[in-house]
Design a protein around this ligand. Structure first.
Ligand code: 5AD
Ligand code: SF4
Length: 440
């Protein structure tokens, strides 16, 4: 087999990493990546279904391939990831987009090789989206073509057991399965040996890592082991669930040079009633005290969050509670979303709010967070930070960029050859979320 492939990736970091596994499989079969979709022999859509917008974008782009397929009869279209795992969606894709050749679910990347062979040899189409029990065993063997240097993504746990009432993830990614601690450690060591300078541990809820293992391992013990690995590198992780983030984890971060002072802690809402309706299993007070505990133990911690507005039972009063929480917590960044009903979830069955209400709330929230980010940004001026250079700055010629330990992005003049190096940068100016400095 030979030819070119092009991968469209939608959604979260987990998907970005799984596309690296898809690329690993395709490379191992003799294919090469191309940046030009029109020249591809295989086009892969690694889909997301967390919100309606993500699904629409993917379906729109899948539709475009009908034209490409007319130009190139041998073009193979693959659709995989979360969208294909939703009830009935794979069958709908099959009917409405008959030019799609291979459809695989979230736990079937290992089947891509056989599906391609069958397509090439017999013209057979594949639709396979069942959760196989031996998923983890097969997943461990997948080759990975890492594409995010100097960062390397490392999965530690798959799936989610929480069933927040708005969320489709538990339905499309199944129950939690933790990788063995020794497998995670081996992978991290290999990435460090291969020159990666930042390891990001991934899971829908990293704090429940180990709950399903019988060897007593936990997220805290995993972090401790990773911290002991020799070499100069950083460790980040996402995502933490406020109900499960324990003090021992915060203590380990506080005492470690490698583990970044950066915690992504989605709050979703600031009202106890809405949190209860969302099945989040913590209260506003518990969340705020958790943030205070983190800030006490790690004074320069960068705490980021996800917030949703327009959950079906959210009143104006509830929304004001969210606003108030954001003012109290002063997050270094907040990812804000408008609630999008997902078929099959509990919240989708509730009476829904009007679009205009949701829209007004998100605008207000974004404005508030922007003003907080701006104020916090000004506090960085004149200080010097160690930055891991990640990339060139696409918007500014001659500039490169990277992050502080606490996760803030900084742009400064420099050469692309510095990508993957640690440099000290003095912050000179701040423009809302962007920091600018010079190498010292
Ligand atoms: N609608 C809008 N946002 C959602 N998220 C999860 N489900 C939905 C939904 N149905 C948001 C949450 C989560 C982030 C990854 O996406 O804030 O933390
Ligand atoms: Fe979705 Fe909640 Fe699981 Fe996060 S913890 S993936 S929001 S169900």
């Amino acid at each position: 087999m030979h030819g070119n492939y092009f991968i469209h990736t939608y959604g979260c970091q987990m998907n970005l990493h799984e596309s690296e596994k898809v690329a690993g499989v395709l490379n191992s079969l003799g294919y090469a990546a191309t940046a030009d979709e029109e020249k591809a022999d295989i086009i892969v859509f690694n889909t997301c279904c967390i919100r309606d917008t993500a699904e629409k974008r993917a379906l729109g782009n899948i539709g475009v391939t009908k034209r490409l397929k007319k130009q190139n009869k041998n073009l193979i279209i693959v659709v995989l990831g979360c969208m294909t795992q939703q009830d009935g969606v794979a069958e709908t894709i099959r009917q409405k987009y008959p030019y799609v050749d291979i459809i695989l679910g979230t736990r079937n990347i290992d089947s891509l090789k056989d599906a391609l062979k069958e397509k090439l040899e017999d013209g057979k189409k594949t639709l396979f989206n069942s959760f196989n029990d031996d998923y983890l065993v097969k997943d461990e063997k997948l080759p990975i073509f890492r594409d995010s240097f100097p960062n390397a993504w490392v999965n530690i746990i798959y799936g989610c057991n929480n069933f927040c009432t708005y969320c489709i993830v538990p339905y499309v990614r199944g129950r939690e399965i933790s990788r063995k601690q020794c497998d995670v450690i081996d992978e991290v060591k290999k990435c460090v040996d291969d020159g990666f300078k930042e390891i990001t541990l991934l899971g829908q809820n990293v704090n429940s890592y180990g709950n399903d293992l019988s060897d007593g391992t936990s997220f805290a013990s995993l972090l401790e082991q990773i911290d002991k690995i020799e070499g100069k590198f950083r460790v980040r992780f996402m995502t933490s669930h406020p109900k499960d983030l324990t003090q021992d984890v915060v203590d380990i971060i506080a005492g470690s040079d490698k583990i970044c002072n950066n915690i992504h802690l989605p709050v979703q809402a600031g009202s106890d009633k809405v949190l209860k309706d969302m099945n989040r299993k913590y209260t506003r007070e518990k969340y705020i005290s958790l943030v205070e505990m983190i800030k006490n133990k790690i004074p320069n911690a960068g705490i980021t969050t996800d917030i949703m507005v327009g959950f079906p039972t959210e009143t104006d009063e509830d929304f004001l509670q969210t606003v108030d929480l954001v003012k109290q917590c002063r997050f270094s960044n907040a990812f804000t979303f408008v609630y999008s009903p997902r078929k099959g979830t509990l919240a989708a069955k509730m009476p829904q709010l009007e679009y205009s209400i949701k829209q007004a709330r998100i605008m207000e929230l974004i404005k508030l967070q922007n003003s907080i980010t701006k104020e916090l940004s000004n506090g960085y001026k004149g200080k010097t930070y160690e930055i891991l250079v990640e990339d060139y700055q696409p918007k500014l010629d001659g500039y490169i960029c990277g992050r502080t330990d606490c996760g803030r992005l900084v742009s400064f003049k420099g050469d692309k050859s510095l990508i993957g190096e640690f440099v000290n940068v003095e912050i000179q100016s701040a423009k809302s979320a962007s920091l600018f400095g010079k190498i010292v």
